[in-house]
Design a protein around this ligand. Structure first.
Ligand code: SF4
Length: 305
């Protein structure tokens, strides 16, 4: 971590309970010594996710040394470069594989994997579903902008049918994954969706996700005007953000009764935001440690003569 920030490295900074203002927040959590100006396009939503993430960690009172932010490849995967925690920028689709190794080696770490939709659900799709199934205590923040932005706007697993992309110039003919439905079906114990229009909700969901003792998924829908919006009739990045505000519908539990899939597409391109699941189930690292303890105890029990 940055030398300059080491004096602010503990939970003691919050002794009076006052939230840090923006300058204090950036001073404490961003790596001033490197990387700026950032790589993201004007109007990109990823910076808003970064803001919600550091506000969430600040409110959680987590010492910076106890946080690992891990990513794969893509525009959102550049995020760990800017934040002053333990960070890993790894290979495409493998954020959860590296995160799992780190969590198993040091279970006290709060591991947060920041991934794009292609990184999480295509190249890393197997790691995603099996992390959900195992219920390992990692928070996956999936920044969904419906395309591979960094490499030129190719269609991804979440690209809506009919959308125009560089690899689907006549409209995408593939059915799209719904990130939250996939997480629910695969067994994640905390699943929520927000958008970059809903910054407070995004922060709150990340807080709840990190507190969950299991695998958590927070999907954050974010605009990518460069790769997606300009090909699909968006007027500007700001217009794309405003549209998220118009199309997001707060999720009510009654949707579970009327619809098999609670989170997915609604009429008129609307979609649910909210917490779709928050439940307890045995966590993978704890189950593993328990098994090791039991096997050791068995080995040490004398065999009756
Ligand atoms: Fe953001 Fe899209 Fe630009 Fe990537 S290409 S930085 S996702 S706006």
């Amino acid at each position: 971590m940055d030398e300059a920030c080491c004096d602010m490295n503990g939970a003691g900074d919050f002794a009076d309970g006052t939230p840090l203002d923006a300058d204090e927040l950036y001073g404490k959590y961003l790596r001033k010594s490197s990387k700026f100006p950032h790589v993201w396009c004007a109007g990109c939503g990823i910076g808003i996710v970064l803001g919600s993430l550091i506000r969430a960690i600040d409110e959680l009172r987590l010492p910076k040394d106890d946080v690992l932010v891990v990513s794969g490849i893509g525009c959102s995967s550049r995020l760990p470069g800017y934040v002053d925690f333990n960070t890993l920028h790894t290979t495409h689709g493998r954020a959860l594989a590296f995160g799992t190794g780190a969590k198993m080696g040091r279970p006290s770490l709060n591991v947060i994997a920041v991934m794009g939709d292609g990184d999480a659900l295509a190249i890393g799709g197997n790691h995603f579903i099996h992390s959900c199934r195992r219920n390992i205590n990692i928070t996956a923040v999936v920044v969904n902008n419906f395309n591979y932005g960094m490499t030129g706007g190719q269609n991804s697993p979440t690209t809506p049918e009919g959308a125009v992309l560089s690899t689907a110039p006549h409209g995408n003919i593939e059915n799209a994954f719904d990130t939250c439905d996939l997480a629910l079906g695969s067994g994640a114990t905390f699943v929520a969706r927000s958008t970059v229009y809903h910054v407070t909700e995004t922060k709150e969901y990340i807080i709840r996700a990190v507190r969950n003792q299991g695998f958590s998924v927070v999907e954050v829908i974010a605009p990518c005007y460069t790769g997606y919006g300009r090909r699909n009739d968006a007027e500007s990045a700001a217009d794309m953000v405003a549209e998220l505000g118009r199309k997001a519908v707060p999720f009510k539990k009654s949707a579970f009764i009327t619809r098999q899939k609670p989170s997915g597409g609604l009429e008129g391109g609307k979609f649910h935001i909210g917490v779709f699941r928050d439940e307890r189930r045995p966590e993978f690292c704890e189950s593993y440690a328990k098994l090791v303890r039991e096997l050791r105890a068995k080995r040490e029990t004398p065999i009756p003569s």
